[in-house]
Design a protein around this ligand. Structure first.
Ligand SMILES: [Zn+2]
Length: 79
């Protein structure tokens, strides 16, 4: 599975609706892809905030980590 696949399956994954094969493929990808781990983590937190049904902004640590990941991205040269 590639990054695109992870993004496509992320809501099913977080809902626990992915079949076992797809789930283990996705988790294998997460093991070596920090970007996707961050996306999954952030999405999970956003869902939790949403489920609390309080109109809160993103938690500060999520904000900072997203920012740091983006900054790293921008510094990277294409390989
Ligand atoms: Zn990825």
């Amino acid at each position: 599975m590639n990054c695109r696949g992870v993004i496509r399956e992320i809501s099913d994954y977080l809902d626990g609706e992915l079949d076992a094969a797809a789930q283990s493929e996705l988790e294998r990808h997460l093991e070596h892809c920090e970007d996707c781990r961050l996306v999954v983590d952030t999405t999970k937190k956003t869902i939790q905030v949403f489920c609390d049904s309080k109109p809160l902004p993103l938690p500060e640590d999520v904000h900072q980590r997203l920012h740091a990941a983006l900054a790293r991205r921008l510094q990277q040269r294409p390989s």
